[in-house]
Design a protein around this ligand. Structure first.
Ligand code: ADP
Length: 517
């Protein structure tokens, strides 16, 4: 049975007889009188400890405060529903009571029927008032929220407008400079008066300008890929020493081209060449490269030192330079897209303001952190904390493309190839292993099956085809091609062939056609 909750009433009335009658009548109507007071002061003293739904207040109370004054006092702290009891219709006091927006008035003497109806109406009015109050509060909250949202949207729109302007400005400058160099030096190359030695120098300038254009396009492409959410890290072994060796070559070349006599040092924590941890090597290289590239760019004399250590399953790579340094108030801004520190001196440095924004987005993708410690005029240290990820953690992410039965060399080739496109994949050493995973309900979008032997390949293909209808790419030696292509139609339906040794161009074409990359 549904339990009815009684409305709790507090009564303030100086007449003991009226109190007794009211109490009896009210409990008959189903109300619960939880406290009775005979003067305003004692009510006010205890009020805060009471939990009630309606206050019945006699207007003419004995004591210092009359009923209206008592309620006026109470309302300074909180508003409660009040019903006035009165034996008078004296206009002045009624006018004052009206200002308190009471739930109703009960004129003494009253009949039980009048009492009942006045109460019901008072409680009803309170409920409606309460709903309106909640609605109003909610409305106010909604308005505040919407105003905040609109303000943020406006700020965002303004910021994106600023970014767009910065983008156009930076990009046109960054594109124009190398393009002008290419156009200028190409014109000089066809000038018959220019000697061979000079020509080699000009070709060098052209090559550098082309390389910087390519890096720019590459950065923009990668950033846009990240922004549309199409960028998925590919977790595999990260041979950090190898990554740093490659970066060392690149930044030494950069220092040479920028005509800087810097001491560039790479300190390896672990000298074993096969030392590795698990993360996305392409991403890690790009992050370190962008930071190291800045270290050289913003350093005139002194050194650039790159070192790493491994702590608590984390690799910490730090790039330390003795360059121009960064003022404290700029340290967070430098990771914003297209942000360049805008001082007269900094205007001398080229750059689109993309490098660190890209490094930060890439770091987020592999849960890495970039920490900057810099002293203006002294130099900067950028530390990249990279967590080592267990390769098995990836199982759920890597279930797009299945690579089955690949030899080690093939595996490495595919790994590198797919890493460039950030394509999700999972290796299986043989078809049985792959089939049992499919049987467990894990699905893949495509399968690349390496065929080592005609009969085994044919069996593996038909086994897989019985379980899934995904497109299958067979990697075949040339001499197996006729055998497989002449199989019954249903056996090779939705099957594609790539002849080994695989040519990157053919592979790219087919994987693009199948929308794998
Ligand atoms: P940019 O293409 O302008 O170098 P980045 O995003 O790579 O763009 O860097 C943003 C800004 O941060 C730079 O314009 C530069 O003012 C500052 N900055 C980055 N790295 C360094 C550094 N190692 N030393 C001093 N300033 C740096």
């Amino acid at each position: 049975m549904k339990k009815t909750i009684k409305n709790k009433i507090v009564l303030v009335e100086d007449s003991i007889t009226i109190c007794r009658d009211l109490k009896a009548n009210l409990s008959e109507f189903g109300y619960d009188v939880i406290a009775v007071f005979h003067d305003g002061e004692s009510f006010l003293q205890t009020e805060s400890s009471l939990h009630y739904d309606l206050l019945i207040m006699d207007i003419y109370l004995a004591g210092k405060l009359n009923g209206v004054e008592t309620v006026e006092n109470l309302f300074q702290n909180k508003i409660v529903p009040v019903l006035f009891l009165t034996g008078t219709t004296e206009e002045k006091i009624i006018e004052r009571a009206k200002l308190l927006n009471p739930m109703g008035y009960l004129l003494k003497p009253y009949t039980p029927a009048q009492l009942k109806i006045t109460f019901e109406m008072a409680i009803q009015k309170w409920k409606i008032d309460d709903e309106l109050r909640i609605y109003k509060e909610h409305l106010e909250e909604t308005i505040v929220e919407r105003t905040k949202e609109l303000f943020l949207a406006k700020e965002k729109a303004e910021k994106s407008e600023q970014l767009k302007t910065a983008f156009i400005h930076n990009m046109s400058h960054e594109i124009r400079t190398p393009l002008n160099a290419i156009i200028g030096f190409t014109e000089l190359l066809i000038n018959p008066k220019i000697n061979e030695e000079k020509k080699i120098e000009f070709v060098n300038y052209i090559q550098n300008s082309t390389a910087s254009l390519l890096t720019l396009v590459d950065n923009v492409w990668q950033l846009s890929h990240i922004q549309i959410g199409e960028f998925i890290p590919v977790i595999t072994k990260c041979y950090i020493n190898q990554i740093l060796d490659e970066i060392e070559i690149e930044i030494k070349k950069q220092a040479y081209q920028e005509n800087k006599n810097l001491s560039i040092n790479i300190l390896k924590f672990n000298s074993k060449p096969d030392f590795h941890f698990f993360s996305d090597p392409t991403i890690i290289k790009k992050i370190i490269a962008n930071i190291a590239n800045n270290a050289v760019k913003y350093t005139y004399k002194g050194s650039v030192i790159i070192e790493y250590k491994v702590l608590d399953n984390k690799a910490i790579v730090s790039v330390k330079d003795t360059g121009i340094g960064i003022e404290k108030n700029n340290i967070t801004n430098i990771f914003e897209l297209f942000y360049k520190i805008d001082t007269e001196k900094n205007k001398l440095y080229r750059g689109a303001g993309l490098g660190l924004a890209l490094a930060k987005s890439l770091a987020d993708a592999i849960s890495a952190r970039i920490i900057v410690d810099s002293e203006f005029g002294i130099g900067s240290t950028f530390s990249i904390e990279i967590p080592s990820v267990k390769p098995t953690d990836n199982l759920h992410h890597l279930n797009s493309l299945a690579l089955v039965n690949n030899s080690d060399s093939q595996k490495e080739f595919l790994e590198n190839f797919l890493a460039d496109y950030h394509t999700k994949f999972k290796f299986f050493s043989n078809a049985n292993e792959f089939c049992s995973i499919i049987k467990n309900g894990i699905s893949f979008t495509h399968c690349i099956l390496n065929v080592l032997n005609k009969e085994d390949g044919k069996n593996a293909l038909s086994h897989i085809k019985k379980l899934t209808h995904i497109p299958i790419i067979l990697l075949l030696p040339y001499e197996f091609f006729d055998f497989f292509s002449s199989q019954k139609n249903e056996d090779v339906e939705n099957t594609y062939f790539l002849i080994k040794p695989i040519e990157k161009i053919q592979m790219t074409k087919l994987l693009k056609q199948l929308q794998i990359i």
